[in-house]
Design a protein around this ligand. Sequence first.
Ligand code: SF4
Length: 507
Amino acid sequence: MKYTILDCYTDEPAGLGVPPYLGTYPRYVAGYLGGDSAYVTIDDLRLWKKNNGIVHETRKSQKTDITTYNLTNNCKNIPQILSETETLIVVLGVHVPGKYLSAVPGTLNEVIPMIKDLKCKKILTGPAVFGTQLFGGRFFEKADLGIFDKIDYSMFNFLYKDVKEYSLKGASILKQIPDIRMIEIETGHGCDIGKCSFCTEPLKNRVEFREKEDVLNEIKEFYNLGARYFRLGKQTCFYTLPYAAELLEEINFHCPDIKVLHIDNVNPVKVVLDKKNDFAITKAIVKYCTSGNIAAFGVESFDLDVVKANTLNTPPSIAYEAIKILNEYGSERGSDGMPKFLPGVNIIFGLREESRKTHLENMKWLSRIYDEGLMLRRINIRQVAIFEGTSLFDEGKDKFLRKNKKYYWKWRNEIRQKIDWPMLQRVIPSGTVLTNCFAEIYDGNTTFCRQFGTYPIIVGVKGRLELKKFYDLEIIGHMLRSITGKVVVKRELVVDNPNYKIIPQNP
Ligand code: SF4
C-alpha cells in the first residue's frame, strides 16, 4: 500500500504543528504506517496547483508568498506521488487560530477541492475530526466531508503504549523536509483540573502522561537525525508532568548540543504549588532549558465573574503570584539576548459574562504587573472559537462575542498601547543583541526575522537580507508587538534546498 501524508498543519491549545514547527500528528501517522510514507505539505499542493511546482523569486515589490513557503523535498514530484498514492491521509485542524509569520494552515474548504478528484482512498485526521476554524470569533468551519472515505479518530489519538514505537519510526519524515523544524514533543494530554467553557481538550483526552524514557528516546531519535530545536509543548501544563525536572536534566545530558529547548503551556496554579518543592521545576527550567523560554499562562480573563462563569482554572490573584515567581527565577538575561524564562499571558474575548468591567479588570491587573516592575514576555489576545461539545457551545454560544465585538478593537488596542508597548521595551531594551535570528520572509524592503523558540519576537530589519540565514541583530526600535533591529553579525548559510531552484522573475 502506498501512503501519502498531506500535512495541512495543526494548532491546538496543547500542541503546535504549523511551520517552522513540526507537529506530532504527521510523525505518529508515519510511524503507524511503518515509517516510509511520502510526506507532503499543503504548500507543496498549492505550488503545484498555482505554479506547476515552480518557485518564483519574490520581487522587490512583493511579500514572500507564505502559502507556498514550507515545501518538502517532494514538491517537484507532486503529480507523480499523488498518482501513485493508494491512501492519502490528510492531517488538518486549527482550534486556536493564530497569526503565522511564514505559513498558512490549510482549511477543509481549501483542501477538499484540491484532492477530491484524486483516485485514492482519503482519510481525514488531526484536530479537524472535532472541527476546525482558522479565524477566532466564529463557529467551526462547516464543510461537506463526503469525499473522505474515513474520518479517523483512532489515528488522531493513538494510545501512548503505541506512540512509544510510532514516534520513533515516524521521526524519519524529517528527512523529507529541507528546512529547519522546531520539533513539538508530546509529554501528556488531558487536563486534570480544567473545565474551561471553551476548551476542547477535556473532550478529546483523558489525563495521561507518556513514560519519561519514551519522551527521551524520541528526542534522542530526532537529535541523531540532526534536529536541534525542540519544544516540550504538547501538554496542557508542563508543571503537571510527574518527571518534569528530571526529564530536562536528562535531555541536557544526552543531547548536549541542543540549540533550543523550550516549553509551552503552564497552569499558574501549579507554579504556585511548586513552592512545596522549593520551586524545583521552575529552577530546572531556568537551568536546563535555553533562554527566551516562556510559560504560556492560560489566564483567559482577570475578571473573577468571567473566571467563575466559565469555570476557568486561575483566579487573578494566583496568576499574579505565578507571574512574580517566574520573574524572580527567570528574568536574568541569557546567552541569546532574551530573559531566560518569563511568563506569557493568554486572554480570550467572548467568554460568558464578559462586560466592560472585564476589560477594566484586565487593565487593572496588567497595569499592576507592569507598575511593579515585573515582566511579561507576551500577551496573547484572541476571540474565542466556538466548538460543538464545549459548555460554551451548549450555553451562551456567541452571545457575548456578538454583544461586545464592537469593543474588541478598543480593548485590545488599549492593552497593546498601555501595557505591551512599554513592557516590550523593558523585556528587550534598545541595544540588546538577539543572537541567531533566522531571516524568514520579505515584506517590501523589510526582512522579518525571528529566533527559533516558543513565541519568538518578530524583528523587522530594513533591507532584504538573504533569507534562511541566521543573523545577530541589535534592537533599535519597538512597535506594539514586534521590534526593529540592525545586523551585527551574519552567520553561515545553514539551509540550502537542492530540491527546488528559485526561478528569477523580471522586476
Ligand atoms: S486548563 Fe482549561 S483551557 Fe487549559 S487545557 Fe484545561 S480545560 Fe483547557
